[in-house]
Design a binder for this molecule. Structure first.
Ligand code: AMP
Length: 118
């Protein structure tokens, strides 16, 4: 694992650091989970690694334990809100809708979901 890094310009680094407010629902050794500001489902939580990495594969390369903690935290958060079934989405790249370039799992639950996603 490389040294955890932060980017002072990064929105999610600033949320992790407590510099920008967010409704934090879970904190782990390597991750922080907070509610999405524009929820797309009754449960819509973002799980982010504390270390700044641009996307999910980069986190997996940099710190596999952090990547595993993201998945486990997603389940913890969903269960805490009464959902055994949930969806995890990682947008990886601007071309598929990524707008914040700090790895984040969207954890979505609480409504029917179509497939394939749009
Ligand atoms: P993505 O489009 O996959 O990069 O997802 C970025 C997500 O961050 C979007 O769902 C936004 O609604 C969400 N978002 C942006 N700013 C904030 C914020 N300050 N607090 C919580 N969520 C945010």
């Amino acid at each position: 694992m490389s040294t955890p890094s932060t980017d002072p310009e990064c929105l999610f680094c600033r949320i992790v650091a407590g510099e920008i407010p967010a409704e934090i629902v879970h904190e782990g050794e390597r991750t922080v989970a907070f509610r999405d500001i524009a929820p797309q489902a009754p449960t819509h939580v973002l799980v982010v690694p504390r270390a700044h990495t641009p996307n999910a594969p980069a986190t997996a390369e940099d710190d596999a334990a952090a990547f595993a903690e993201i998945a486990l935290t997603a389940r913890t958060v969903a269960r805490a809100e009464g959902h055994e079934d949930f969806r995890i989405v990682f947008n990886c790249g601007a071309g598929v809708g990524q707008t914040v370039f700090h790895t984040h799992a969207h954890v979505l639950a609480g409504r029917p979901m179509g497939w394939p996603p749009g």
